[in-house]
Design a protein around this ligand. Structure first.
Ligand SMILES: Nc1ncnc2c1ncn2[C@@H]1O[C@H](COP(=O)(O)OP(=O)(O)OP(=O)(O)O)[C@@H](O)[C@H]1O
Ligand SMILES: [Mg+2]
Length: 191
């Protein structure tokens, strides 16, 4: 089955064209001018069920922008995205059940409450049955070692612990598609 289908995907960001300093700011107020930064310039690919695909590129190459369009957070300037046959941007709620996502720079855990409470909230939001919830929490304890910090608020976790908790949180509802926009060498201990 085709899980992800991307055709001629493009994103241009509108950025202010102004010179530095107060004069530049003033001129921009009176006569704003913009440039378009072509962050993603027409990419196409297909990903089948069971495939794991890594996406490489220099800083600023457009990886995060692409993932934001694939997850339905951002509307493409041009082209189409299909996640299991549906446009993620126009079917956001439905799409949320099909995908899990980890953004390295932004946690999906609630910052000030114990990590376990974030998992309980996600359980309610996704309507996850008790049996599935318990089975998965046990698995995450074994594989990701999250049990040792479940009573801590997310803001007190180390970066690696936070990434482990976020990964578990993205898998709790057992999504068929998982997106990872993470610098693993920052998240886990890398050689
Ligand atoms: N919201 C935004 N508004 C304007 N420009 C943006 C915005 N977000 C990203 N950009 C620009 O778009 C380009 C692609 O950025 P993006 O974050 O997609 O790169 P990336 O491949 O994820 O980089 P990194 O490896 O550093 O994470 C960069 O030139 C960036 O400055
Ligand atoms: Mg990025």
């Amino acid at each position: 089955m085709e899980m992800i289908e991307v055709q001629n995907l493009k994103k241009g960001y509108r950025i202010a064209k102004k010179s530095a300093g107060m004069m530049g700011n003033l001129r921009h107020l009176v006569m704003p001018r913009y440039d378009t930064l072509e962050a993603v310039r027409g990419i196409s690919f297909r990903i089948e069920e069971g495939e794991s695909v890594a996406f490489l590129g220099l800083n600023g190459a457009g990886k995060s922008t692409t993932i934001k369009m694939l997850t339905g957070i951002m509307k493409p300037s041009e082209g189409t995205v299909k996640i299991m046959g549906k446009d993620p941007f126009t079917n956001r709620i439905e799409n949320a059940r099909r995908i899990g996502v980890v953004f390295g720079q932004k946690s999906q855990l609630w910052w000030d409450i114990p990590v376990i409470e974030s998992f309980r909230l996600l359980k309610n939001i996704y309507g996850i049955p008790k049996r599935q919830y318990e089975r998965n929490m046990e698995k995450f304890g074994e594989i990701l070692g999250i049990h040792e910090f479940l009573s801590q608020p997310a803001r007190k976790l180390s970066l690696g612990q936070r990434v482990r908790a976020d990964l578990a949180a993205s898998l709790l509802h057992e999504p068929p598609v998982l997106f990872l926009d993470v610098n693993w060498c920052k998240g886990f201990a890398c050689a």
